[in-house]
Every structure is written in structure tokens, then in C-alpha cells.
Ligand binder design. Structure first.
Ligand SMILES: NC(=O)c1ccc[n+]([C@@H]2O[C@H](COP(=O)([O-])OP(=O)(O)OC[C@H]3O[C@@H](n4cnc5c(N)ncnc54)[C@H](O)[C@@H]3O)[C@@H](O)[C@H]2O)c1
Length: 260
């Protein structure tokens, strides 16, 4: 019989987790380590990367911190040259400038694109090339429900999150024949430092909780378990997908519960 439990194990594998210093990236690094992976915990915030690597090691796992800015191709290449080609790449860095499109400056547009879309591109290109040369690998990048549904003030962010899905689909098509899988994860609302400003406004926080069918926000570990699935052989036939981990947000229009 197939050893199904072994399919989720990551012993002997290396995972480069970028954005590992906070939120979903930190939880992903911890979860991957719990399944046996050696973690390269990378973040532009080096002390934060170090904290995640320390917490993994304290729990008996294996992790090394790295400073990596996704706005720099040189940084990406330096980390890959130092640590070799990882078996899995998880890319989480994302920033948002909440403004109506009419008010977004060229500088703000470029700033969000450079981290969210071009940052994912730089990582996926450099890591994907090397994984393809080796003939194996799994690439996971974070999109959002905003790739599909929007609200005022999310235009540029939403465009980057839709772009990430298409980028990963193209990567899946190009690298599939060479043994590399590429998938996106689209979270709903997750309690992390990124969304802390929303939590501080109770009406806004509750509106988002009520918008999904589970009537609550997600915890970062509820994203990390999907990351583990996509990085492991348990998902060996999953590529070019965008998995919505959104508590049913995009399944419903959320306007009204009719009397039944
Ligand atoms: N939290 C949510 O509700 C939510 C919802 C949908 C999608 N997402 C997406 O999930 C991803 C992770 O979100 P999060 O909530 O964990 O965010 P977060 O802000 O808690 O963590 C992001 C991490 O990325 C790092 N980072 C930022 N710029 C970087 C750069 N240039 N180079 C390297 N690292 C950089 C930050 O230092 C931070 O450690 C993002 O792409 C976000 O858009 C989050």
C-alpha cells in the first residue's frame, strides 16, 4: 500500500521561505520544519528572519536566517549561491497602499508592483531556472482573494495578486515538463501584522469576519498547512493551481442570507 503519511514528509529537503520573518511566512517556515525540511528563513527584516530561525531551532528543527530583499535580483542570486537550489520555494512578501486609483502616485504604484509582482517574478525566475536544471522542485507564491474580488482602495494590490496567479500558471506550463511545479495560494483574511490596522477598527474587522462562511478570520497556521501540502509529494499532480484558503469568501456573494 502507498505510505500516505510519508508523502507529506519533507525530510532531507530544503525550503527557501521568503518573508519568513512575519505572519504567513513565519508560520509556513515553522510548519515546513515540523515536517522535516531544512529552512532558509529569508526576509528583508533580518532580525525578524533570525527570530523565526531561532524558534524553529528551539523546537528541534533546522533553520538558517538570511537577509533577502525581493527587490534585488542580486540578493536572490547571493542566497541561492550560498545555500544551493532549494527543493521548495515559498514567496510571501506583499505590501499594500490602500488608496483610490485616482489618488495613487506613480511612486506608490511602482513600490507595490516592485515587491508583490516583480519580487515574486525575481524569485520564481531565479529559483525556477535552477530547479529546472536539477529536474525537480515546488514553487509556491502568495496571491489573495483580491486576485478575483475587490473593494475600493485595493486596485494596485489586486492587480499584483491577479498577476501572480498568471505568472505562476505560465511558470507551471514552462517548467512542468522539467519536473517543477508552481502554484499560488489565495488567502482570505488572516490575522498578521499586515492586517493589524484592520483589527484595530472593530467595525471593519467584524465586517470581514462576517463576509466569509466560517464567520471569522484565519490564523497564519491555516495557510501554512496548505503550503506544506504544496511543497510535499502529497501534491505531486497539483500544478498551475490557485488554491483559495478563504473560509468560503469567494464561494458566496455575501450580501444577504434569505429567510428559508
Ligand atoms: N494577511 C492577510 O489577511 C492576507 C490576505 C491575503 C493575502 N495575503 C498575502 O499573504 C502574504 C503574506 O502576508 P502576511 O499577512 O504574512 O504579511 P506580513 O506583513 O505579516 O509579512 C510579510 C513579510 O514580508 C517581508 N517583506 C516585505 N517586503 C520585503 C522585501 N522587499 N523582501 C523580502 N521580504 C519582504 C516583511 O518584512 C514581512 O516579514 C502577502 O503576499 C499578502 O499579500 C495576506
Amino acid at each position: 500500500m502507498v505510505d500516505y503519511r510519508a508523502l507529506f514528509r519533507l525530510d532531507g529537503r530544503t525550503a527557501l521561505v521568503v518573508g519568513a520573518g512575519s505572519g504567513i511566512g513565519a508560520a509556513s517556515a515553522e510548519a515546513l520544519a515540523a515536517f522535516g525540511a531544512k529552512i532558509i528563513a529569508a526576509d528583508v527584516d533580518e532580525p525578524a528572519a533570525r527570530r523565526t530561525a531561532d524558534s524553529i531551532r528551539a523546537a528541534g528543527g533546522s533553520a538558517e536566517p538570511e537577509r533577502l530583499d525581493v527587490r534585488s535580483t542580486e540578493d536572490v542570486r547571493r542566497v541561492l549561491d550560498r545555500h544551493g537550489t532549494p527543493d521548495a520555494l515559498v514567496s510571501t512578501p506583499g505590501i499594500n497602499v490602500r488608496k483610490r486609483i485616482a489618488d495613487v502616485t506613480d511612486e506608490e504604484f511602482d513600490r507595490v508592483i516592485d515587491v508583490n509582482l516583480k519580487g515574486t517574478f525575481r524569485l520564481a525566475r531565479e529559483v525556477g531556472k535552477r530547479m529546472a536544471e536539477r529536474g525537480s522542485g515546488s514553487i509556491v507564491a502568495f496571491s489573495s482573494i483580491r486576485s478575483q474580488v475587490v473593494e475600493p482602495g485595493q486596485g494596485v494590490y489586486a492587480a499584483t495578486k491577479a498577476g501572480i496567479v498568471q505568472l505562476l500558471r505560465a511558470l507551471a506550463a514552462e517548467l512542468g515538463p522539467r519536473g517543477v511545479r508552481a502554484n499560488a495560494i489565495a488567502p482570505g483574511v488572516v490575522e498578521t501584522p499586515l492586517t493589524a490596522p484592520i483589527k484595530s477598527k472593530p467595525e471593519w474587522y467584524k465586517a470581514y469576519a462576517d463576509r466569509n462562511v466560517l464567520r471569522r478570520w484565519a490564523r497564519p497556521e491555516e495557510m501554512a498547512t496548505t503550503v506544506v501540502f504544496l511543497c510535499s509529494d502529497a501534491s505531486s499532480y497539483v500544478t498551475g493551481a490557485c488554491i483559495f484558503v478563504d473560509g468560503g469568501w469567494t464561494a458566496t456573494d455575501g450580501r444577504f442570507d434569505p429567510p428559508l
